[in-house]
Ligand binder design. Structure first.
Ligand SMILES: Nc1ncnc2c1ncn2[C@@H]1O[C@H](COP(=O)(O)OP(=O)(O)OP(=O)(O)O)[C@@H](O)[C@H]1O
Ligand SMILES: [Zn+2]
Length: 665
């Protein structure tokens, strides 16, 4: 009996038909994407497109199980599609795999409209935002997802029914004041950021004098110590000298001398700096005495176990024990590693003078350099040292990725996709009637570290009426970019076609004045028609971009014309597919979120050991139990100390997750 017999019996003929017929898009073939694709194929989704820009890396293999060692360097999407098909070979499943960026211009509104549902399995904000806007513009339901260690979430986003990805502001990337990083560090992370973004850049990165001055001027304008900023400017100039001599035999020792001795002495001379409460004066490091073992290590500012050899251990472990990368280096070892990694990097800079080096957690030379510099600086400031493993995790912004979490989240995505199919009508049946059936409510689902209640859900919030993504108006515009001028666009499309739209609350004789933007570029306004004679091509308005039209007064919501490929049959330079839309008023004030929109934990919770996708209840029965806030975005979540401990204790498979979203500085 074919596999589909059971699925059809479970889902019922109506839902199963939707599963078979709806074309779906999976964006990302990484940790979640691989699990998801396999699930979709097993359930019987028969018309799948998957897109991923990346190729397979060795570090993906421990959790992206559709890939094997011989697949390394091959496109993820292509390999994932070939492997996943074997999970359900008999059912005529079509998987169209594409190796490319979802942001490519060919992936325009017309393309996204060809899908009945989109599922994101991404790892960065930028791509998520892009897909969200496309889906909102095209009115295609999106299921957003993310994991961070043991945490995860699945969030359906449906235009006019739920909030979108951009309705909720996202936390700004973590950053530290310039002076904390450059002069007064107090935590290991400050030393790591200094080594990775400052010292590394100064010695081996692009030497951008203007950017340096700009950053320092900004810090000064922001109220940071003016004298210190002037000193830092001088320091930047001195670096240029040191950098020139880096390739010489004693170049790295000179760098050490400057950075860990002279610069620290210079800082100590600034008496005022150390008067501030809580500031701990650093101790200059001395090359010779560290090498001959006579250097007296400064005490730690926060008490931590002292090793018999004078070395301190951040975690209390013996400095000589443990796995190679999980052992703390001695001060002398850090110094030797600093000199050695400087030599290796200098040799690379000399061999390829036109290529500026960049920190990469998987590049041993750069990681060794950051490890050694961070620990030397930490020692000078009485801050606990970190192991290579810890520095790699912190400098590489690594959030442990756990295969099981990805698998659970992928299962929940499929459950939610079935809920969406139950709730939403299919485009139309043969008779042109919309098909829909009632079913369990669409929910946001959260995977948490609470062993008693690992799964929680909330009913989706309404869209924020001020959201500039999902509340705006989108119109596909098929246009021959080489023929259509901005003048035609403004006069024929905006003033004439859009001018005939039904504007909410428009006075009889009210004149609307329009401003035209592409992204952040102003192309035209009532007093600026210089570009009218230029074609859209000439103005770099390409397929996949949007021409945004705003009324000068900001009374109505903006209208975005989404540029699509022109119709080859069309004799005109553009074609609009519909009548002008209703132009609604822009909202007057931000809305207040209602307390009832807080996440609610599930009433019936599956036992932790059995918390698989199949055991997640999908009934709409809700509980008014304990309320907890959900992670706003799985992939930007910092693990708490408790969660970090849990990761270590359970010795789960911990793998690297190069999260593009989270930046230290
Ligand atoms: N703009 C984009 N277009 C297409 N695919 C994208 C885009 N941005 C990210 N991706 C893909 O999304 C997937 C996310 O998967 P995941 O979070 O497991 O990251 P990863 O890169 O595979 O793993 P790691 O970062 O730990 O090495 C990746 O395969 C990545 O290539
Ligand atoms: Zn929104």
């Amino acid at each position: 009996m074919p596999r589909s017999t059971y699925t059809e019996a479970l889902l019922g003929p109506e839902l199963y038909k939707k599963v078979r017929e709806t074309k779906i898009l999976v964006v990302g073939a990484g940790g979640i994407g691989c699990e998801l694709l396999k699930n979709l194929v097993l359930v019987g989704f028969a018309n799948i497109e998957i897109i991923d820009l990346d190729t397979i890396d060795l570090s993906n293999l421990n959790r992206q199980f559709l890939f094997r060692k011989p697949d390394i360097s091959k496109p993820k999407a292509l390999v994932a599609a070939v492997t996943a098909r074997h999970f359900n070979p008999s059912s005529g499943i079509e998987i169209h795999a594409r190796h490319g960026n979802v942001k490519d211009s060919v992936n325009d509104i017309e393309w996204i409209k060809s899908f009945g549902l989109v599922m994101n399995a991404l790892d960065n904000m930028d791509a998520r935002r892009h897909v969200n806007r496309l889906c909102q513009a095209a009115n295609v339901p999106l299921i957003e997802s993310g994991t961070a260690g043991y945490l995860g979430q699945v969030t359906p986003m449906i235009k006019d029914k739920t909030e979108c990805f951009d309705c909720v502001p996202k936390p700004a990337p973590k950053s530290f004041p310039v002076c904390t990083i450059r002069s007064t560090p107090s935590e290991p992370i400050h030393c790591i950021v200094w080594g990775k973004t400052y010292l590394f850049g100064k010695l081996f990165g692009e030497d951008d004098e203007d950017m340096d001055t700009e950053e320092l001027d900004k810090a000064k304008a922001g109220g940071e110590n003016a004298e210190e900023i002037e000193n830092l400017k001088k320091e930047a100039v001195a670096f240029r000298e040191v950098r020139k001599n880096l390739g010489e035999e004693n170049g790295p020792v000179k760098v050490f001398q400057k950075v860990f001795n002279e610069d620290i002495n210079r800082l100590l001379a600034m008496e005022d700096m150390w008067k501030k409460e809580g500031r701990v004066k650093p101790v200059p490091l001395e090359y010779d005495s560290i090498i001959n073992g006579s250097f007296e290590t400064p005490p730690l500012r926060h008490s931590a176990p002292q090793q018999p050899n004078g070395q301190t251990s951040a975690n209390g472990s013996n400095a000589k024990e443990g796995l190679k990368d999980q052992r703390e280096l001695t001060l002398k070892e850090n110094l030797e590693l600093f000199i050695d990694s400087c030599k290796r990097l200098a040799a690379r800079s000399i061999a390829y003078p036109d290529v500026s080096l960049a920190f990469d957690k998987d590049d041993d030379d750069t990681l060794d350099f950051v490890l050694a510099t961070a620990n030397l600086r930490a020692t000078a400031y009485g801050i606990a040292n970190k192991t290579r493993f810890q520095v790699k995790e912190m400098a590489g912004n690594i959030i442990p990725a756990i295969a099981t979490t990805n698998a659970i989240i992928a299962g929940l995505i499929v459950m939610q996709s079935l809920n969406i199919f139950r709730q939403l009508p299919l485009p139309s049946n043969a008779n042109g009637e919309a098909e829909s059936s009632a079913g369990p409510a669409i929910k946001n689902v959260f995977l948490r570290t609470d062993p008693i209640k690992p799964l929680g859900f909330s009913l989706p919030s309404r869209a924020d009426t001020k959201c500039s993504v999902c509340r705006d108006i989108y119109i596909p515009l098929k246009v021959d970019l080489s023929k259509c001028t901005l003048g035609i666009f403004v006069n024929d499309i905006v003033k004439t076609w859009l001018g005939e739209a039904n504007f909410e609350d428009k006075e009889k004789d009210e004149e609307v004045e329009w401003t035209i933007f592409e992204g952040g570029r102003l192309l035209a306004d009532p007093d600026f028609d210089d570009n009218y004679g230029r074609t859209l091509d000439d103005l770099d308005v390409k397929r996949g971009k949007m021409l945004t039209v705003r009324d000068e007064e900001g009374k109505w919501r903006p209208v975005h014309f989404c540029i699509c490929e022109s119709d080859p049959q069309s004799s005109t330079s553009y074609s609009l597919l519909s009548a002008p839309p209703k132009i609604t008023l822009a909202p007057p004030a931000p809305i207040q979120r209602e307390p009832s929109e807080e996440p609610i934990l599930l009433d019936s919770i599956p036992p932790p050991a059995a918390s698989t996708a199949e055991t997640v209840p999908v009934s709409s029965s809700t509980s008014t139990g304990i309320k907890r806030s959900a992670p706003d975005d799985g992939d930007v979540k910092d693990l708490t100390a408790e969660e970090e401990q849990a990761v270590k204790r359970r010795k789960v498979e911990v793998v690297e997750n190069d999260d593009d979203d989270f930046e230290i500085l």
